[in-house]
Design a protein around this ligand. Structure first.
Ligand code: SF4
Length: 488
């Protein structure tokens, strides 16, 4: 029987628009650097509205690190940071970023004599015959690799050493061997913007970068919230820091604070947040119009450009596309939804296919995530803006954290919870065992935890993960059976 070609996966206009927004942010930053304009590095939940008021170019090391990890270069960069003296226990994003800031880059390996790429024979995709069947190598009994997809080994290089080389062919080839994806081509910083509403690892991470490059650090300190309401004294303390940050940014940019630009950025950020929260909420529908993994893929978009008009428009387009799916009862999830789960925590970026495979095999759709809606800052005035920035997942008390998650689980009708014990993110994973206990008790759904890491693949074990997913599926099946028999 003749093989039918696999249909090509189409990418929707909303997704394409979001990709372009992020590409443009990186491209604009590279151009700004070449033109001698200052480029900043910012923590993901620093109030972007402040620097947008100065028209400054800013990029995000957390997204960069996630991208580097997803491109399978997390390990070489984490190891590079460890070789510089940073502990293996520090967040993987921080290690990747610190290695990058120190000049380390993942590059395609070059033969020092010939300056040709050294190809890794184990890389690439299996070779297929004209009928689409995998070709087996008779000598090894293993699938043969398609020579067209073979790639060079990865090696670590130091950009400062390359820049110091005399001009010529070797220098050009070595610079060209640096991996071409945008996260490995991010310009170095001229200032850093840090807000520790995410975690305090961030503070030390950005202090180190500022020290390495001898550049200004703009710091906004957000105290941990032991109460559900944000105290007025916190608001006054943080607003005072905004004033100070504005003065620093005036010096860095050489411009005066532009009230109009600030108001525009606030308006765009609110539009982005509202559209983003709508998209997140659409996971409540059955079947969900898409998977929580799609939300993870849009994290870079919402972080990188939320204060820009283009991002607001692209997210509104994405929301409209999701509404169409809901109306027509379709979904972008590539399998029928049998179970719905909340995925707790940040995904293991270097291992996304391994994460997805057993879920797909068991019809488990991720219909709830905590990480994504955490970037939906909605406010009407400056005090509300401050309060919104106080509400990051790692800066709120456990009661609020449990409440958020259980609300999402109920609204999004989950049958179980899959908890990522993320070796990188101590503040997130630290209280997770207690949260997991409460989910089971309060929601009456099974939960399963697995060990992993958002950026360092050495901390993930696919076999353990598959076993835990299997256990969760069996428990969800049993719950379903009991419900159908009216016993639960
Ligand atoms: S919140 Fe967690 S993942 Fe994010 S920077 Fe801090 S330690 Fe790393």
């Amino acid at each position: 029987m003749a093989e039918t070609a696999k249909p090509k996966k189409t990418v929707s206009p909303g997704v394409l628009a979001l990709r372009k927004v992020v590409e443009d942010v990186y491209a604009d930053a590279r151009v700004a650097k070449q033109e001698g304009k200052p480029v900043g590095w910012s923590s993901s939940k620093f109030p972007c509205e402040l620097y947008e008021a100065f028209g400054l170019n800013v990029v995000y090391p957390e997204n960069q690190a996630a991208g580097i990890a997803a491109n399978r270069d997390g390990e070489v960069m984490c190891q590079a940071a460890e070789d510089l003296g940073f502990d293996n226990d520090i967040c993987g994003y921080a290690r990747i970023s610190l290695a990058y800031a120190a000049g380390k880059r993942a590059a395609k390996k070059l033969d020092p004599e010939t300056l040709e790429y050294v190809i890794d024979p184990n890389s690439g995709k299996p070779l297929k015959d004209e009928n689409g069947n995998v070709v087996i190598d008779p000598e090894t009994g293993k699938p043969k690799k398609d020579p067209k997809t073979l790639a060079p080994y990865t090696e670590l290089v130091d950009i400062n050493e390359l820049w110091a080389m005399p001009d010529g062919e070797e220098k050009e080839k070595r610079l060209a061997a640096i991996k071409p994806y945008r996260q490995m081509q991010m310009p170095m910083p001229d200032f850093v913007l840090c807000c520790n509403n995410i975690c305090n690892c961030m503070t030390k991470w950005y202090e180190n970068i500022a020290r390495m490059h001898n550049i200004p650090l703009v710091m906004v300190d957000i105290p941990y919230n032991n109460t559900v309401e944000v105290d007025d004294a916190y608001v006054a303390y943080i607003r005072g820091q905004f004033d100070d940050a504005i003065k620093q940014l005036e010096k860095i940019s050489g411009r005066k604070f532009d009230e109009k630009k600030f108001e525009d950025a606030c308006a765009h950020a609110n539009r982005t947040a509202k559209a983003w929260l709508k998209v997140c909420d659409y996971l409540q529908y059955k079947p969900a119009p898409y998977s929580g993994f799609d939300l993870f893929n849009h994290m870079a978009d919402v972080v990188t450009a939320r204060g820009r008009r283009e991002a607001a428009e692209a997210f509104e387009l994405l929301a409209t596309e999701m509404e169409e799916h809901i109306k027509s009862g379709t979904t972008t999830t590539p399998f029928p939804e049998q179970f719905r789960v909340m995925f707790e925590g940040i995904p293991c970026w270097p291992k996304l296919p391994a994460l997805f495979k057993p879920l797909k095999a068991n019809g488990v759709n991720v219909t709830a995530v905590v990480y994504a809606p955490a970037f939906g800052f909605v406010y009407n005035n400056l005090d509300e803006m401050v309060r919104a920035y106080c509400k990051a997942p790692n800066s709120v008390c456990i009661e609020q954290g449990v409440d958020w998650r259980e609300g999402i689980c109920r609204d999004n009708k989950v049958d179980g919870v899959l908890v990522h014990y993320n070796r990188s993110c101590k503040p997130w994973s630290g209280y997770m065992a207690e949260m997991q206990r409460r989910f089971t008790k309060d929601l009456g759904v099974p939960t399963a935890g697995f060990d992993g890491d958002q950026a360092d693949p050495r901390n993930f074990n696919a076999a353990q993960y598959e076993t835990r997913v299997q256990g969760l599926v069996e428990a969800m099946q049993e719950n379903k059976r009991l419900k159908e028999e009216g016993k639960a």
